[in-house]
Structure formats: C-alpha cells, structure tokens
Design a protein around this ligand. Structure first.
Ligand SMILES: NC(=O)c1ccc[n+]([C@@H]2O[C@H](COP(=O)([O-])OP(=O)(O)OC[C@H]3O[C@@H](n4cnc5c(N)ncnc54)[C@H](OP(=O)(O)O)[C@@H]3O)[C@@H](O)[C@H]2O)c1
Length: 243
C-alpha cells in the first residue's frame, strides 16, 4: 500500500459508494481526509464511520461553494495534497425521452461540478507546486452506451477535463488523472435489473461486476508518489469489459 502519511486529501461525494471507499483507502494509507456530500448530517456520519477528519456539506454544482470549501480546507490544514472529484449522478434515458432537466442536472453535476472542483484544487495546490487530482470518468464516456447519451457525454467531458488540466498543470507539479470504472456495485447501479447485471458480468473477462474498493485502490495509487510520472491518463477499472 502506498504511504500517504502527512497528506491532506479532499473527496467530493464521499458519503457512499466509490467516494466512501476512497475515503477509507486514503485514511488507511495515513492521509488526513475531508469528505463532502450534499447533506451535512450524512456527510458527518460517513466521516465518523470512515475515520475522516471532517464531513462537510457541499453541492458541487455551486461554483462559489466549491471554491470557498476548498480554500477553507487548505487553510485549516495548511495545504491540500490530494483532491478526488468523485461526486456524480447517472440517470438513463433513451434519446427520444431525454428531458431538458436531465441534461441540466447531469451536466451541472458531472461536468461543471468536476470542473469547479479541479479549478479550486488547482488554485489551492498551485502555491506549493505539488498535488494530485483524480476525476471520475467512465467506460461509458470512452465508448458510449445506448440509453446513456447524456451520462456518456458528461463522462467524456470529465476525461477531457483530466487530459487538459494535466497539460496545463504539469509544470506546476500537479498531476491530474481519471479513472474509468466499468459496472461497480453501488447505489448508482443498484437500479440495474438482475438480468442487466448478469449480462454485464457475463461480458466481463473477469466474470463479475466491480467493487467500490477496487476503484478506490486504483485512485489511491494514482494520488500517491508511486504514480509520480503518471498524468493525463484515463485508467479503465472494468475487469476487462472494454478491450
Ligand atoms: N458505480 C459505477 O458503476 C460507476 C461507473 C463509472 C463511473 N462512476 C462514477 O463514480 C462516481 C461515484 O459513483 P458511485 O457509484 O459511488 O455513486 P453513488 O453511490 O450514487 O454516490 C454518489 C456520490 O456523489 C454525491 N453527489 C451526487 N450529486 C452531488 C452533488 N450535486 N454535489 C455533491 N455531491 C454529490 C453523493 O452524495 P450525497 O447523495 O450524500 O449528496 C454520493 O456521495 C460518480 O461520478 C459516477 O459517475 C460510477
């Protein structure tokens, strides 16, 4: 396991699923971790269960709130070494059924929310000329998926936030990578039918769906010094589903 002792980390959407598993993985490696979620009570509860330093309320669609929270965390802990822009939503709709509201909520959460978080993280890390950021893309963003046009578009954008930010921030000592999970068993995919889950597992060379901890372990690697020459990458974590 990489050693993150002394590192200060922020994980958005850390109340459950991949975000919560990431918080646990970073805490296990010795980092001081702050997590966020939309509801303060839920964030506090998750933080205390995972051994995080704090659980704070944050809606990532609110650019000003993201900026002031990131600044406050960096100020309180004297620095910010790691940011995982994990908060995201997924709602399926066939092309003919896509409503304006779905486009707005998906793009404002997944694209603008990730952008706000990366921007605030970069500002906080710039002074120390060091830092590592991971954003949550998806295999769907790289390869498309019927019934998921809006989500796929949002996740393609997220991957390109990582690539572009990596190009821009590399000279400042800040690395930016994305992970692209396949189907991971969390609340986000809980609505999939058993048939759909079995179908996905069947198409996956490793023969099963993924666990949040398996994504968290890859994120922990990417933010650690063990990945010190890796930036701008989109790492598939999908059991070989997309090859
Ligand atoms: N599960 C998968 O198969 C899969 C595959 C590829 C990519 N991903 C991506 O991985 C990330 C995590 O997914 P997950 O499966 O762990 O999802 P999840 O279990 O549904 O958790 C989503 C997290 O995001 C937070 N969140 C949602 N909207 C937010 C907002 N506007 N502001 C702040 N926080 C918000 C939620 O917090 P609260 O509800 O407490 O506010 C929650 O902590 C997402 O970006 C998702 O798109 C997941």
């Amino acid at each position: 396991m990489p050693d993150l002792t002394g590192r200060v980390a922020l994980v958005t959407g850390g109340t459950r699923g991949i975000g919560l598993a990431t918080v646990r993985a970073l805490v296990e490696a010795g980092a001081t971790v702050v997590l966020t979620g939309r509801d303060e009570a839920r964030a506090k509860e998750a933080a205390s269960a995972a051994g995080a330093a704090a659980g704070l309320a944050l809606d990532v669609t609110d650019a000003k709130a993201v900026s002031s929270l990131v600044r406050a965390v960096a100020k309180e802990h004297g620095k910010l070494d790691v940011v995982v822009a994990n908060a995201g939503i997924m709602e399926d709709a066939l092309l003919g059924m896509i409503k304006e509201e779905l486009v707005d909520t998906t793009l404002s959460t997944n694209v603008a929310g990730t952008l706000h978080t990366v921007q605030a993280a970069a500002r906080a890390m710039m002074r120390k000329k060091t830092g590592a950021i991971v954003v949550l893309a998806s295999i769907v963003g790289e390869h498309g998926s019927a019934g998921q046009t809006v989500y796929a578009a949002s996740k393609a954008a997220v991957a390109n936030i990582a690539r572009s930010a990596a190009k821009e921030l590399g000279r400042s000592g800040i690395r930016v990578n994305a992970v692209a999970p396949g189907v991971i068993e969390t609340d986000l995919t809980a609505g999939l039918s058993e048939d759909a889950k079995a179908d996905n597992a069947g198409k996956t060379p490793l023969g099963r769906l993924g666990r949040p901890e398996e994504v968290a372990n890859a994120i922990r690697f990417l933010v650690s010094d063990e990945a010190s020459f890796i930036t701008g990458q989109v790492l598939g974590i999908d059991g070989g589903l997309v090859l």
